[in-house]
Design a protein around this ligand. Sequence first.
Ligand SMILES: Nc1nc2c(c(=O)[nH]1)N[C@H]1C(S)=C(S)[C@@H](COP(=O)(O)O)O[C@H]1N2
Ligand SMILES: [Mo]
Length: 301
Amino acid sequence: MTERVTDKALYLNRREFIAAAAAAFGVAATSRLDAQPAVHGRRLENVQKSPLSTDERPNPWEHITSYNNYYEFGIDKNLPAMFSKNFRTAPWTVAVSGECGKPAAYHLEDILSGQMFEERIYRHRCVEGWSMVIPWVGFPLANFIRRCEPTSRAKYLEFTTINDAKQMPGMRSSVLRWPYVEGLRMDEALHPLTILSVGLYGEALPNQNGAPLRLVVPWKYGFKSIKAIVRIRFTEKEPLNSWQEAAPSVYGFYSNVNPSVGDQGYERRLGEFLKRKTLMFNGYGDQVASLYAGMNLRKFF
Ligand SMILES: Nc1nc2c(c(=O)[nH]1)N[C@H]1C(S)=C(S)[C@@H](COP(=O)(O)O)O[C@H]1N2
Ligand SMILES: [Mo]
């Protein structure tokens, strides 16, 4: 059921988008737009292995860097790899505001300095029904939240992606209201599984995967893991995320992976032929189910 709504919206925007992107970038609209995996980037130093990693085998670099959802760069999964090649990720600042004691524009170098980078191999489940296993490099979001000194009124965090239509040809499509916004409840944001990621396979994050800084929340559908973050706001009220705004009956605020809500019972792991059964909380139930004790997860989907 869920895919119908969005698929139609996407279909209606697709031709318009490809034509616009082709015009902007001098690519012939009729030529086949092949997926290109990212060229390898700078190696990250001192990356520790994390006990919070899954022992499942990661998908290859080629899958993770050429099959991407990143609508600012286009709605087909091969387009972000092509159109994000020259995206500028430096200098980069993250503006922190709202209910906190240390609101400021934080330079990325400052956010990263002193962090211990970890490799976190996580399952990733997209609401479209595919999944991957991805070896992220990052650090707990909680480390940065503590630096910002949230007040007792801070119950939620709102994250915003860079708003730069000049660099992001997909923003010509009106499939979402830009910039892309996501949100987490404070306890979800502080959970040790929730990370800010700066890398992949031990290397600097490719642009199509959300460089220079993106969220990863492995027990939720992929769209909660917002890319290219430039703003974090501490709020008292639940933020309205872009996908919920676009289709509230389909995309809830929580969007915990839940095989019993919607048409989400099975998934196809990239590179596999047979479908797998989708696990509650994407298999992270032992760690996160207690966050939702007493909540009706059919209502709060
Ligand atoms: N800013 C932004 N963040 C985004 C998206 C997007 O379109 N824009 N897509 C989301 C979706 S639907 C998924 S599945 C993941 C995909 O991330 P990956 O390409 O690194 O696997 O990014 C999420 N974050
Ligand atoms: Mo997704």
